[in-house]
Design a protein around this ligand. Structure first.
Ligand code: NAG
Length: 205
């Protein structure tokens, strides 16, 4: 019973983390993967489906969409431009950020399965949690590649970029899903063994 609840709780925690990372800028400017402070007191906050310029007197954000021109924004704030090949690669990587929403959705399905299952159903919940782990890990690698490249470039060209809260949430979600998948599978195995033992004891097996 304990392992069963631990697995379900871990899936829930990862799901919540991925939902928060999914509603990053431009939906919620304060949740970002990377931010760059500007000299005028504003800061640019890059999220999964766009970005915001956060100012003391209000935010101005891009529309929500798959993929955005991150390199253009870097030159717009006065940092040396990326070359066009790099800019195209970075744009391609921003399109893959939709995997955050997909990982959140798959975790949600794993959560529903874990809540609605008993015994063998947990094996299925565990498999779906493992799939969510794979997607979350893939997007975490993309996050660190994309935002790490931009951070390195900004830092080398007179700016100073900082990883935001969302990137650590995705890292935490990926680790959590790994253990969630194991704990849920464990619940399935021990649950089945217990049932068999109970049946044997009552003589119905
Ligand atoms: C600071 O500069 C950025 C772009 O250069 C601009 O979008 C933003 O509105 C400015 N902030 C303030 C407070 O003037």
């Amino acid at each position: 019973m304990f392992a069963l609840h631990v697995g379900t709780f871990l899936i829930f925690a990862a799901f919540a983390l991925l939902i928060v990372a999914s509603i990053s800028a431009p939906t919620v400017a304060k949740i970002d993967f990377l931010h760059v402070p500007l000299n005028n007191g504003s800061s640019v906050r890059f999220g999964s489906l766009g970005f915001c310029i956060m100012s003391p007197d209000g935010n101005s954000c891009t529309p929500t969409g798959v993929g955005y021109r991150i390199a253009n924004e870097i030159s717009a704030i006065g940092i040396d431009a990326f070359n066009s090949a790099q800019a195209a690669t970075l744009h391609g990587l921003t399109q893959a950020l939709i995997l955050h929403q997909i990982a959140a959705g798959v975790s949600g399905i794993a959560l529903l399965l874990a809540l609605g299952s008993h015994r063998i159903g947990f094996l299925f919940a565990s498999a779906v949690a493992f799939l969510a782990f794979l997607i979350a890990t893939a997007v975490m690698i993309i996050d660190f590649t994309l935002f790490g490249t931009v951070k390195h470039h900004v830092d080398r060209n007179g700016g100073s970029a900082t990883f935001g809260n969302a990137i650590w949430m995705v890292l935490a979600a990926a680790i959590t899903l790994f253990f969630a998948s194991i704990a849920t599978c464990f619940a399935c195995i021990t649950g089945r063994r217990r049932t068999r033992r109970t049946r044997a004891a009552t003589g119905t097996y």
